[in-house]
Design a binder for this molecule. Structure first.
Ligand code: PEP
Ligand code: MN
Length: 358
């Protein structure tokens, strides 16, 4: 075979490659269209029976020289890529996605603009225990020029015998303190039926990790005109987390703040494993502000400051941490809440040598 023949054959291969490329891309467009139809009808993207049918038809027409097993392998890769494309389209179509809305969402809470590029802070006790306890923390928060106070009135506890929170009474305490100190309050709601009433008392509805996939609660929070702080579920993937936020936004409420609070892994040195890379991923994939809860992720007082620094360094829009007048006697999370001295140290260290504005 002359060099000229070889050149000719290579030219043919190049042409066939381009034909294949065109065919594969044409196929992918049809697959995308199928994906859109399935999406509308709420159908599953992956249909194993259909895939089996397609493979059988292809093999029936296979005249070689490739073996059927090789052909099957090649086409399965093509099918897989098509399915990925459909899933990608689905992700891009989410209302929370940056593809849908390129600009950052800024959530305004009594003048505090979460997501405006400056770090924001939410401090307060794990649980509302009394008016005096919340008021003391409010004073510390206020003294630092901060605006956002947290406190749980409905506490989802692992054991039913542990303190369950003061319920509506707790929300009333928060409201009283918020009014007196001109603060905004964040508090967890666990029951969809409580949302309407609760929003008279609080400024931000928190949906806790254990309820991230409580779809009725998400829908109820999405139907009111109040910012929602959505925490990542204990074992939730980021995809599940974003879809949980989608439940809220799809009902009309786009004032959503995502909160990474650690996930369960095999590691026992910390209460949960802070998934720090979740922050830039969520910032990239969605337009929503992202906070990091350093208390529940680490479960360790000695790690609150480094975790908070890491959160801000990696691009979080803010940090949440628990502060209690006397953590040793706190009714929940006594091991990791900061007392006022620790809080002072923590906040000074976190905001020193930086451009952090509060
Ligand atoms: C909380 O913030 O009070 C809380 C219970 O956190 P999580 O839902 O993240 O466990
Ligand atoms: Mn807590």
């Amino acid at each position: 075979m002359s060099n000229q023949d070889l050149d000719q054959l290579r030219k043919q291969v190049d042409e066939l490659n381009l034909q294949l490329l065109k065919t594969i891309n044409e196929r992918s467009k049809v697959v995308q269209e199928i994906g859109r139809v399935k999406e509308k009808q709420g159908m599953n993207k992956y249909d194993p029976l259909r895939e089996r049918g397609m493979l059988d038809l292809i093999k029936e027409h296979n005249d070689g020289p490739f073996e059927n097993s090789t052909i099957e392998h090649i086409f399965k890769e093509v099918f897989k890529a098509g399915l990925e494309l459909q899933k990608d389209d689905h992700r891009k179509a989410l209302l929370v996605s940056r593809k849908k809305k390129p600009e950052d969402t800024v959530v305004s809470i009594k003048g505090e603009k979460i997501g405006d590029g400056n770090p924001h802070f939410i401090f307060g006790p794990c649980a509302v225990e009394s008016y005096e306890q919340v008021a003391q923390v409010a004073q510390e928060v206020k003294a630092r020029g901060l605006k956002l106070l947290r406190g749980g009135a409905f506490k989802p506890r692992t054991s039913p015998y542990d303190f369950q929170g003061l319920g509506m009474e707790g929300l009333k305490i928060l409201k009283k303190v918020a009014d007196e100190y001109d603060l905004a309050v964040v508090s967890e709601i666990v029951n969809p039926a409580d949302i309407e009433k609760a929003i008279e008392y609080i400024d931000v509805i928190q949906i806790g990790a254990r309820n991230m996939q409580n779809f009725e609660l998400l829908k109820a929070a999405g139907s009111v005109n109040k910012p929602v702080l959505l925490k990542r579920g204990l074992s939730a993937t980021l995809d599940e987390f974003m879809n949980a936020a989608e439940y809220i936004i799809s009902q009309g409420n786009g004032d959503i703040i995502l909160c990474e609070r650690g996930i369960r892994t095999y590691e026992r040195a910390t209460r949960n494993t802070l998934d720090i890379s979740a922050v830039p991923i969520l910032k990239k994939e969605t337009h929503l502000p992202v906070l990091v809860d350093v208390t529940h992720s680490t479960g360790r007082r000695d790690l609150l400051l480094p975790a908070a620094k890491a959160a801000l360094a990696i691009g979080a829009d803010g940090v949440m941490a628990e502060v209690h007048p006397d953590p040793a006697v706190a009714l929940s999370d006594s091991a990791q809440q900061m007392d006022f001295n620790q809080f002072d140290q923590f906040f000074k260290e976190l905001t020193k040598n930086s451009t952090i504005r509060v």
